[in-house]
Design a protein around this ligand. Structure first.
Ligand SMILES: NC(=O)c1ccc[n+]([C@@H]2O[C@H](COP(=O)([O-])OP(=O)(O)OC[C@H]3O[C@@H](n4cnc5c(N)ncnc54)[C@H](OP(=O)(O)O)[C@@H]3O)[C@@H](O)[C@H]2O)c1
Length: 347
């Protein structure tokens, strides 16, 4: 399996398929810009290990580092580089004393058959899948779960009696955020892009109301659904939706800024909300939050999510795409809005 120079193993010789970004996407033209390639002899330095990838998490936020932006939360991926995200896999070769062959884990990794993981920068975390189906570690028990939890509880400080609005409400993060706000005792309204999604979040996930942002006037509809004003807006999309929600915020309300779906496909910066002046008029707090800042809280947050899951208060549809070669279809679904819940690829 290895090339050997004396005793030192210097490369990993299995065939490895991997996705690269051959040009920067514009809008959603991922099939033109992403390419599946193959290699042998992956370089394998001391202090790293190799995983056989089982599941690749598809996350909308990765769209940000496909752009040229230098001032984002992550440096841009250079054109021609392997694409990366969160992966679930099993260690098959290790040159790190703390990680052993056979262990299963979640970490950052390449969108590929095998990932080279440097634990110093790639957040590896061992997972126990004896009682929990492995893929849940990129669902409820992964970054989306922690993002929803910290966004609702810590950033928004949502409390019983609050009116809580979330956008991209039938997607992975939004669906979890809405359910957690419900557990906190809020009245929960979701904003989503189809009638089916609006019906689903009301009928199956306990939301109190829904707005179809593609067919309804968001501001007017929120005014009808939330006559008391919106105390918390969990913002997954920014742009014109944020402006419409700002018009409906209650005095001393909070906007927890989670993501920018309306802007990820654009090369231009967001011009900023038209209704910025309402931040003063309504004495609002607007605060962004970013999941890697609280990855270290996994041991604290996952037991809480587990308890809610066991009580039947939290659930997440898992939308699986089979085959590494089908990755573009899975990834595109996040931006075309054809997903419900968590999108992932089974390698
Ligand atoms: N801050 C953090 O640490 C953090 C961590 C994880 C995720 N996030 C953010 O959470 C958001 C959701 O990410 P996710 O990975 O969970 O994806 P997701 O919500 O499962 O999928 C994205 C959803 O966004 C909606 N959407 C797509 N284009 C849109 C547009 N132009 N305007 C409004 N809605 C649009 C689509 O649903 P519709 O049918 O409703 O359009 C789609 O289902 C993203 O903004 C992401 O960056 C942030």
């Amino acid at each position: 399996m290895h090339k050997k120079i004396g005793c030192a193993v210097n490369s990993f010789d299995r065939k490895n398929r991997y996705w690269v970004m051959k040009s920067r996407p514009e809008g959603n033209n991922f099939s033109e810009c992403l390419e599946l390639r193959e290699e042998e002899g992956l370089s394998f330095p001391e202090g790293t290990f190799i995983t056989r990838n089982m599941y690749l998490s598809m996350d909308a936020g990765t769209r940000m580092y496909m752009t040229e932006r230098e001032d984002s939360y992550q440096p841009p991926i250079p054109v021609g580089e392997k694409l990366m995200g969160t992966v679930l896999g099993e260690i098959i070769e290790s040159k790190h004393p703390d990680f052993k062959a056979g262990q299963r884990l979640r970490s950052y990794g390449q969108w590929s058959d095998y990932s080279l993981v440097d634990p110093k920068s790639m957040y590896p975390s061992l997972v126990d899948d004896s009682e929990i189906e492995l893929s849940n570690y990129i669902g409820i028990y992964g970054a989306n779960g922690w993002t929803a939890y910290t966004g609702v509880i810590d950033t928004a400080r949502a409390k019983a009696g609050d009116t809580f609005v979330v956008s991209a409400a039938a997607g992975c993060t939004g669906l979890l955020a809405g359910q957690i706000a419900k557990i906190a005792g809020c009245k929960v309204i979701g904003i989503a892009g189809t009638e089916e999604k609006c019906k689903l979040i009301r009928d199956n996930f306990g939301f109190d109301g829904a707005v179809n942002y593609k067919t309804e006037n968001i501001s007017e509809r929120l005014g009808q659904l939330c006559p008391e004003g919106v105390n918390v807006y969990f913002d997954n999309v920014a742009g014109s939706t944020l402006d419409a929600v700002l018009e409906n915020m209650a005095i001393f309300g909070v906007v927890a800024v989670c993501g920018l779906m309306e802007n990820y496909g654009s090369v231009d910066r967001l011009p900023g909300p038209m209704n910025y002046d309402l931040v003063l008029m309504k004495r609002l707090r607007i605060e962004g939050f970013f999941s890697p800042d609280f990855y270290h809280r996994e041991p604290e947050i996952n037991p809480v999510l587990r308890k809610w899951d066991n009580q039947g208060l939290l659930s997440l549809p898992m939308q699986e795409t089979k085959g590494l070669d089908q990755l573009v279809e899975a990834y595109s679904s996040l931006f075309e809005g054809t997903n419900v819940g968590k999108v992932f690829v089974k390698v």
